[in-house]
Design a binder for this molecule. Sequence first.
Ligand code: AMP
Length: 170
Amino acid sequence: MDLKSLIRHVPDFPKPGILFYDITTLLGRADGYRSTIDCLAEPYVGKGIELVVGIESRGFILGAAVAERLGAGFTPIRKPGKLPSRTLKQTYALEYGTDTLEIHADAVRPGQRVLIVDDVLATGGTAAAGTQLVSALGGQLHGLAFLIELEFLNGRAKLPGQEVFSVLKY
Ligand code: AMP
């Protein structure tokens, strides 16, 4: 199935100069959503993944379905102030300023085999912060899986030593 043809490209969103990859058009189709999860989960079948960590917000839509497919648990990494219990925070640099992500402090058991899932790997800052949160809780990070990788932004450089998989490359 040609997943790329079902992704809508929205120029200048959320700000001028950004080409936004809108996956709602892909996931809105039953065959598109199923095929997306097939492709994302396939490399990890039988790999002993115990927990999928999804990054807000499109990482929830993809990560939860991948977790269910793999027979793993799911936990969210969220923007500040959204998680109700005690959290661990990680702040990371943006082009202008900083951003922070949080995970529940008890979300990952030490040694637990973890897969991080998000929709887009762009500059890699978000994924690197997620990696640091999982590591700080003692999780054993098996890898990171993305639907889309923007190769020209070289996000992999921010994830040294990690196994990075992407379904679609631009
Ligand atoms: P980054 O930290 O630069 O790798 O950005 C990754 C996060 O920003 C992901 O959670 C994506 O959802 C979002 N993102 C970055 N660039 C795009 C884009 N061109 N289209 C859609 N989402 C994007």
